[in-house]
Design a protein around this ligand. Sequence first.
Ligand code: SF4
Length: 346
Amino acid sequence: MSTAIRHDWSLAEVNALFALPFNDLLFQAQTVHRQHFTPNEVQVSTLLSIKTGACAEDCKYCPQSGHYNTGLERERLLEVEKVLRQAQAAKEKGATRFCMGAAWSNPKQRDMPYLIEMVRGVKAMGLETCMTLGMIDTEQAQSLASAGLDYYNHNLDTSPEFYGEIITTRTYQDRLDTLQHVRDAGMKVCCGGILGMGESANDRSALLMQLANLPEHPESVPINMLVKVQGTPLENVDDMDAFDFVRAIAVARIMMPASHVRLSAGRSRMNEQMQALCFFAGANSIFYGDKLLTTDNPEADADRQLFAKLGIRPEQRQDVSDEAHALALADAIKEQQQAPLYHAAN
Ligand code: SF4
């Protein structure tokens, strides 16, 4: 089975993967997964909304769009101090990456100094940093990257063909341009989409084909299952079949073998068995505890229990500096020296 990193997928090939018998598809995905990742590790991120609601865009699935009345309370940009306190709490809960999301079309220049302070502060805690702020230009991407931003999230959402049914205020090309600015600035890309918005099976294939045929695969690929929010135009769309969702995870894993495939929004609607199937299909990243932007997310305790049942460990960061390792080791030794067992052993 070839697991080369490819960027030349055809729609027919992607459709053929989706058409495989379920067990064959999952077996293939799990085999690819094991060639690229430690099989029982899942990367854990925490997401904080740093600016909620009143967004100028009209994404039909989104309760934060100012175009729909969903009863969501709008908030201003959070103070840097508050963000840093939340990041510290996330770190204590075991998160290795802290994602900060703002409901904006694009950040204004006046916001940039605050955003840069947030990135610097979170980075200084030894956490990986990720932001999602809407469209960014070359200059903004450069300043965020210089401040130490590791990842920028910007989703393609759906296929180019279905896109106009979901968003009219910005184009598919606008999204691709932002992704290019992020890459040009040297940051890692987090980019995926949302399933269950009424798209066809072909649209799902076309979305995954867009992602996998980017010049570089996104390092993180969030696959969301639509959370239907009252007041949004998609509140009554038909539910997506759970097996189709698991299939999409498996196809994403096969097409982007070295990317982290993230089970994202919609996870709280999945039972443990479905989440386990998604992990088997190659999902290896989740948001942990607290809230996933404005949609509820299973609490950290439930996640820990599920990990224990499945024998899954949270993935540790690979790229922690020697200095950070030395400090952590010194701390651990100090702790041990104070522990009664240390004295008993001497
Ligand atoms: S998805 Fe993002 S850009 Fe679209 S309305 Fe919601 S917050 Fe705005």
